[in-house]
Design a protein around this ligand. Structure first.
Ligand SMILES: CC(C)(COP(=O)([O-])OP(=O)([O-])OC[C@H]1O[C@@H](n2cnc3c(N)ncnc32)[C@H](O)[C@@H]1OP(=O)([O-])[O-])[C@@H](O)C(=O)NCCC(=O)NCCSC(=O)C[C@@](C)(O)CC(=O)[O-]
Ligand SMILES: NC(=O)C1=CN([C@@H]2O[C@H](COP(=O)(O)OP(=O)(O)OC[C@H]3O[C@@H](n4cnc5c(N)ncnc54)[C@H](O)[C@@H]3O)[C@@H](O)[C@H]2O)C=CC1
Length: 434
């Protein structure tokens, strides 16, 4: 292992020279590969270099599109950034399936974000409570420089509460703050407000509290946003689900049962929700949003009742099949990367420059569509048939198949089931002239 001090101060070329000579058998080859992924437009490359730190190259992910999504009677082509085969095909197929059944309907239930100033206090709670209530207006007033523009737009700080958490951790309290950040995800805005509140809180405590002073531990937004929720759903008569009536009935029953299993069985729920996140993450990435924040918040929400469970629900009532999702999504269509990354700008334009609320609905629909496609496959053909059909190209590329080999293998698997070993065998046979 090689250690270095001052690496961050090196130029990009120096970083690459150091790295490739220390860590690679063939430094020249490694450098060439990194350079192969540089953009020839120097300005564009510099933009990407500056998104994060110690950048040495770009890492491509496929940028695709799932067309034909009817959401609240508007038709969208949804941009999706994802490396996994069959996800975009599945979303597209689900979109097409629901098109002639009225499409998807979606709404935003709430948009409240949360942030906390975490602190300890060894004194009397009633003293602290009095101090907080006496100073609450002042604490909020001192954030006005930061919140002025957000307030003008109709957002800002919604409320500030003192929360006693000493039952869970000795001397632990919070200033629990709720926010409306409109079209911004709001992390930076919220953190700036919280740090100001914490600083005012400390100063006022020094002036007004006697011997026992609160000790601020940290001030940070929460990525758990159970009150920032989008709802999406589809429904249709059971008989419309498949061409044949009895098959449609069986399909609907198995589908609802599959969702119920994911509601009560965490092993299944995690995979079920992973399928939902295939759709959600792909749109989050394409629109330059923070997928780590969304992932963390979604999974916490899925466990909100004490056991990890399905994010979707399904029912059959009076012959109507209904399938829906409720999902926490703190998204932005301004701020972050949204106006910086050219492909993110393009993705947002493709969606008709949505507000954050509209984007929440689109993302929830993408998650629901993905889950519909996966469950439809799971309770009928099994997942491998469609997934491996799409994965075929990855296997062929892994074995450096030529175009003519690819054509032959694809033709063969039009009438055979794809598996890794069967692809390898067919390719071997072609190469051996069999
Ligand atoms: C894979 C399909 C769509 C094939 O389905 P198919 O019936 O073979 O597709 P098709 O060739 O008849 O085409 C029908 C439509 O599907 C779409 N489609 C079809 N092929 C393509 C393609 N190449 N590129 C783009 N779109 C495609 C497209 O919309 C197309 O319409 P068209 O464009 O022709 O008018 C289907 O089998 C399916 O939906 N499977 C589910 C796949 C899936 O969920 N993949 C996710 C990865 S597995 C996983 O990670 C999660 C999981 C499954 O574990 C979650 C869970 O357990 O719940
Ligand atoms: N735990 C987490 O999730 C953390 C995430 N982050 C990062 O923070 C970034 C997001 O923070 P933001 O504050 O959203 O971005 P940002 O710092 O780019 O600010 C967006 C700003 O846009 C302005 N704005 C213009 N028009 C607006 C409108 N219509 N509605 C709302 N605001 C409008 C506001 O001044 C707002 O503060 C992401 O890149 C995220 O990865 C940063 C720290 C922690």
């Amino acid at each position: 292992m090689t250690k270095i001090s001052g690496f961050s101060k090196f130029s990009k070329d120096e970083k690459i020279a150091w790295l490739t000579t220390k860590y690679f058998d063939n430094a020249q080859k490694a450098r060439e590969l990194l350079q192969l992924y540089w953009n020839s437009d120097l300005k564009l490359q510099k933009l990407h270099d500056e998104f994060s730190e110690n950048t040495i190259s770009n890492f491509y992910l496929p940028f695709g599109v799932a067309p034909n999504f009817t959401i609240n009677n508007k038709v969208y082509a949804i941009p999706m950034t994802i490396e996994e085969s069959s996800v975009i095909a599945a979303a597209s197929k689900a979109a097409k399936f629901w098109n002639d059944k009225g499409g998807f309907s979606a709404k935003v239930i709430d948009t409240q974000k949360v942030g906390q100033v975490h602190f300890t206090y060894a004194g009397n709670f009633s003293t602290l409570k009095d101090f907080f209530h006496k100073n609450k207006a002042q604490l909020l007033k001192e954030t006005e420089n930061i919140t002025a523009n957000m307030v003008k737009r109709g957002g800002g700080i919604l409320d500030l509460e003192l929360r006693d958490k000493t039952k869970d951790l000795e001397n632990y309290y919070q200033l629990y703050c709720t926010f409306e950040t409109l079209d911004a995800m709001g992390a930076n805005f919220i953190n700036s407000c919280l740090e100001q509140i914490a600083s005012s809180f400390k100063n006022l405590a020094i002036q007004q509290l006697d011997d026992k002073k609160p000790q601020v531990i940290m001030s940070i937004l929460s990525n758990y946003v159970p009150n920032c929720i989008a709802h999406a759903e589809v429904s249709c008569p059971v008989a419309d689900l498949l061409d044949e009536k009895e098959e449609a009935k069986l399909f609907a029953q198995k589908f609802v049962e599959a969702v119920k299993i994911a509601q009560i069985e965490p092993y299944r729920a995690v995979t079920h929700n992973k399928g939902i996140m295939n759709g959600i993450d792909a749109v989050i990435l394409a629109t330059g949003n923070d997928f780590r924040a969304v992932e963390a918040g979604v999974h916490a929400y899925a466990a909100r009742n004490g056991q990890y469970s399905s994010l979707t629900q399904a029912s059959i009532e009076n012959g109507i099949f209904k399938f829906w999702i409720e999902v926490p999504l703190a998204l932005g269509t301004v701020g972050g990367l949204t106006s910086l990354h050219p492909l993110v700008k393009l993705a947002l334009e493709m969606l008709g420059k949505p507000s954050a609320k509209e984007l929440m609905q689109i993302v929830a629909v993408a998650g629901l569509a993905q889950n519909f496609a996966a469950l439809k496959s799971l309770v009928t053909t099994g997942i491998q048939e469609g997934h491996m059909k799409m994965h075929l190209m990855n296997i062929l590329n892994q074995f450096q198949a030529t175009n003519s080999e690819k054509e032959k293998v694809i033709e063969y698997f039009k009438s055979h089931t794809v598996s890794h070993s069967s692809v390898v065998k067919v390719l071997e046979n072609i190469r051996n002239g069999a």
